[in-house]
Design a protein around this ligand. Structure first.
Ligand code: ATP
Ligand code: MG
Length: 257
């Protein structure tokens, strides 16, 4: 069969109607947003999990892109794409090395992003299995993850920093989730803040756990203290009576809740 010899199979795939329909973005946009390797990973996820189309972008940050996608059966999910270029090798290394679950992997600049996505998948799975409120992970391929969508038809759930609510009640709910995260899932978030907790169906949902580490990681204690400092200072600003020491003792108490 005659194929345009100057075009790679991937480029031909990208230009096919099937692919562009599912991406639902004009060619210029996806050319700018995705590198070729990422496009092929997105395509793998689309095929393997029956993603019908990409609905709209939710967030575009330094390290990742988040899209709402619609599956063939009509349900909504989230596709999180770690950017291949900006995830910093040196920053990520300390979270992988020292975590007994991942430090056997041979790490280099390319696959560090893949290990990161796999790590987020494993951490989310541990959270959901421990009854911590977090997005359910459905799968991953290289630097792309498929997660449950937290939000409504009109838009994604908001970060707790963006809402007005009974913050005393919210704090007491979050505390229980943090206790379970440490004592049941046995991981430390390591980037906990009001940016990484979403308010969904009146509950705090913990997100963004690519960097989270096992409680046995040599830095786990330091990360836990930093998380507690960040989250209590947010709730103190919201006039909740709480402090670092109390939250630390509560999480470390091992008392069943
Ligand atoms: N499952 C989800 N459902 C709805 N919205 C989500 C979901 N996951 C993430 N988001 C939205 O996308 C934002 C960024 O997601 P996340 O925190 O996982 O990525 P990040 O690595 O922090 O990205 P960045 O590079 O922007 O810091 C979140 O703050 C949230 O608003
Ligand atoms: Mg985040």
């Amino acid at each position: 069969m005659y194929l345009m010899r100057d075009k790679s199979a991937l480029e031909q795939l990208i230009e096919s109607d099937e692919f562009s329909n599912r991406l639902n973005l004009d060619r210029k946009t996806y050319g700018l947003v995705f590198d070729k390797r990422t496009l092929s990973s997105v395509y793998e996820i689309i095929k393997k999990y029956n993603v019908n189309y990409i609905d709209f972008p939710i967030s575009s940050g330094k390290e990742s892109l988040i899209f709402k996608v619609i599956m063939d059966d009509g349900t909504s999910r989230v596709m999180k794409i770690y950017k291949m270029s900006t995830l910093k090798f040196s920053n990520t290394f300390e979270y992988i090395k020292g975590d007994y679950r991942f430090d056997k992997e041979k790490i280099n600049r390319t696959n560090v992003v893949y290990v990161w996505a796999q790590k987020e998948y494993t951490n989310l799975d541990a959270l959901v299995n421990s009854k911590v409120k977090a997005p359910k992970p459905y799968g991953f391929y290289k630097n792309v993850l498929l997660l449950s969508y937290l939000g409504t038809k009109t838009g994604p759930a908001r970060q707790i920093r963006e809402i007005d609510t009974d913050f005393n009640l919210l704090y007491s709910k979050l505390k229980i989730n943090l206790w379970r995260m440490y004592n049941v899932a046995k991981i430390v978030h390591a980037d906990l803040s009001e940016y990484n907790v979403l308010y969904y169906r009146k509950e705090p949902y913990i997100i963004d756990v690519g960097q989270s580490v096992s409680i046995k990681h040599p830095m786990a204690e330091e990360f836990l203290r930093r998380d507690i400092k960040n989250i209590t200072s947010f709730f103190i600003k919201k006039n909740v009576i709480c402090n670092e020491g109390n939250l630390y003792n509560y999480i470390k108490s091992g008392k069943n809740v």
